[in-house]
Design a protein around this ligand. Structure first.
Ligand SMILES: Cc1cc2nc3c(=O)[nH]c(=O)nc-3n(C[C@H](O)[C@H](O)[C@H](O)COP(=O)(O)OP(=O)(O)OC[C@H]3O[C@@H](n4cnc5c(N)ncnc54)[C@H](O)[C@@H]3O)c2cc1C
Length: 288
């Protein structure tokens, strides 16, 4: 357990005040004990993957941030499946797929994070998301009970997984894969990565898409049409490369980022009538 850890170090945008404590349990038993202790002592806990879609506020986080970075086993299972623990990283999973010739997950190339974050966010690209590949989830309840939930009972929505009890933890997922020529898997991944390199601001800290795309439109297009591309508040900037990204140009605070989010919502509403709904998750509290 580490104490007073700046969330700016645990999230990709690089902003946010300190978390009271950060725990990285070694195994399921430690995770269960930790969750039970939190419940017993009424300590809030917050799951965090690699922080690629999380905005941590400047006042920091009360309680315990839990990261499963030590649960990262990836193993093939019979019947075209890959069992992946929630702490496995995007790079680790995709490398294994391309080495072993396992197709089906290439769409996730360039969606940085952990398997836990992929599942909780139903991460994806237009036409394919995690819901299309999840066969089963292993979930731990806040009281430490493990359950295996088949795809039929899981409620995935656009960039969300609903229906789990609050405070539940995704421990592992069984993902559908199919045999494929390793070279083809690699080529598909490379193609998707190089497309992103030309359309997204990958050289500056960001947390990916700020807003969900409204039905039949694109949040980035609406923000650009409202004249906000490149607009800056403090150290936070609506990316000149892709208007649905906010970049930390250096020294941004969460307050700057929130102000930019609210301004984008307001200006888009005024310009086009569309309501932008946040995709990025916000944690912690503002400075009083
Ligand atoms: C450059 C860039 C490009 C991106 N492109 C895309 C894209 O094309 N498509 C897309 O969907 N996303 C995209 N994203 C966003 C991000 O990559 C995804 O949302 C990813 O799934 C985040 O994973 P993470 O582990 O970092 O999640 P985090 O940000 O750490 O957490 C996200 C949410 O998941 C929850 N969570 C994490 N682990 C667990 C767990 N084990 N159990 C329960 N809940 C958990 C957290 O509590 C939080 O609510 C992009 C981000 C960047 C920076």
């Amino acid at each position: 357990m580490r104490f007073e850890v700046p969330m700016s170090r645990l999230t990709s945008l690089g902003v946010g005040g300190p978390a009271d404590a950060v725990a990285t349990p070694r195994d399921r038993a430690e995770l269960a004990t930790l969750l039970r202790l939190c419940a017993e002592h009424r300590l809030p806990h917050q799951m965090l993957g690699a922080g690629f879609n999380t905005l941590a506020l400047d006042g920091g986080l009360e309680g315990v941030v839990i990261q499963l970075s030590r649960l990262r086993l990836v193993e093939e299972r019979p019947g075209g499946a890959l069992r992946v623990e929630a702490g496995a990283s995007h790079g680790q999973v995709l490398r294994i797929c391309s080495q072993r010739g396992l197709g089906g997950l290439e769409f996730a190339a360039g969606i940085p994070g952990t398997v836990g974050g992929w599942i909780a966010m139903n991460a994806g690209i237009p036409g394919r998301e995690m819901v299309d590949v999840v066969k089963e989830l292993e979930v731990m309840s806040p009281t430490g009970q493990i359950r295996h939930l088949g795809a039929a009972v899981l409620v995935f929505r656009y960039r969300a997984l609903r229906g789990l009890a609050p405070g539940s933890v995704v421990v592992s997922a069984l993902l559908r894969v199919n045999p494929m020529d390793p070279g083809k898997v690699r080529a598909k991944i490379d193609e998707l990565l190089s497309r992103r390199a030309t359309t997204q601001p990958l050289s500056v800290p960001s947390f990916g898409s700020v807003f969900k795309n409204p039905r039949g439109d694109f949040a980035g297009r609406l923000i650009e049409a409202a004249g906000l591309k490149g607009h800056q508040i403090g150290g936070a900037q609506i990316s000149p490369v892709h208007a649905n990204f906010i970049a930390n140009t250096g020294g941004a605070t969460a307050k700057d980022v929130l102000a930019l989010i609210h301004e984008a919502q307001l200006r888009v509403k005024q310009a086009s009538g569309a309501r932008l709904v946040r995709e990025v998750r916000i944690v912690g509290k503002e400075i009083a």
